[in-house]
Ligand binder design. Sequence first.
Ligand code: FE2
Length: 362
Amino acid sequence: MTNNPLHLKRIHHVEFWVGNAKQASYYYRKAFGFSLTAYSGLETGNRSAASYVLGQNKTTFVMTTPLSSDSHINDFIVQHGDGVRDIAFEVADADLAYEAAIERGAESAMEPHDLTDEHGTVRRAAIKTYGDTIHSLISKGEYDGPFLPGYEAREPAGGGAGLLRIDHIVGNVELGKMNEWAEWYSKVLGFKRYISFDDKDISTEYSALMSIVMSDDSFSIKFPINEPAEGRKKSQIEEYLDFNNGPGAQHVAFLTDDIIATVKRLVASGVDFLMVPESYYEELPSRVGEIDEAVDAIAELGVLVDRDDEGYLLQLFTKPVEDRPTLFYEIIQRKGSRGFGKGNFKALFEALELEQDRRGNL
Ligand code: FE2
């Protein structure tokens, strides 16, 4: 039996609050292959904020910037820099989802209300999650506009860089808070504990972290929650928490079905990836056995491979996409494996620490 108390359908979009949405949207279009599908701003009658809707296959991002100094969006940007504000869900009924969430212990971020334009009416509410992040609950009914009320259509979404959909979104929370937030996702959204990692799985000398992956029943929405673990020096999660000034979304993983083509395209357009030492590929055949891809090709791009009982996965992580070492992206291709690349943690964290050291944060 499925347990979906809020009747979540999917991640509708991820909204970022940023200092300059025009430039951020340009970066995501040029570097990651998104298309500008809709827009709201001064030209469409929106006097308070400008929002650029970016689409690629099943992923929708929104870059929003405030247009005046008295906007509450400024406070978020001062605290956190550009970052994820809203992981918005489409639900069957926003009012019922909101009521159920509040009854199950969620804190309100926005009461249910109507949004209307010539394409119809949408109901929207929101609840708070970790840090200053929220989950909007949106029911669209018969609404047939390009995005949400108040937005004008721009170009159609294309195939872009082959990023098919969001595989998972990771939240970083404070030391000692991981279980609390995992419990929150279980209690409020009905998610289950999918997998967990402790500091024995994922520690190098410095960069220890612990992680619990929470998932809905269909495994289509997966939210790992990380907290720092005690290490000899500063954990990568602590570095994030320092520069983000508290908890927030750490990375978004995009699913692809051809990681070599996708990563080639992203590298050509200027996306910076984390590189592991070449020795990683010497040990690879003995660690993961036969794979469909040529080891040369994946070594050249720095793609990582991990195998478990169900199959294997290929993955690669970008460097932070902003000046604060906070938000980054993962590209992942799954060939049977539903894991998160546990076998890559050590090599990956050593590469990460090299970067952390360059920033003077180790
Ligand atoms: Fe990930």
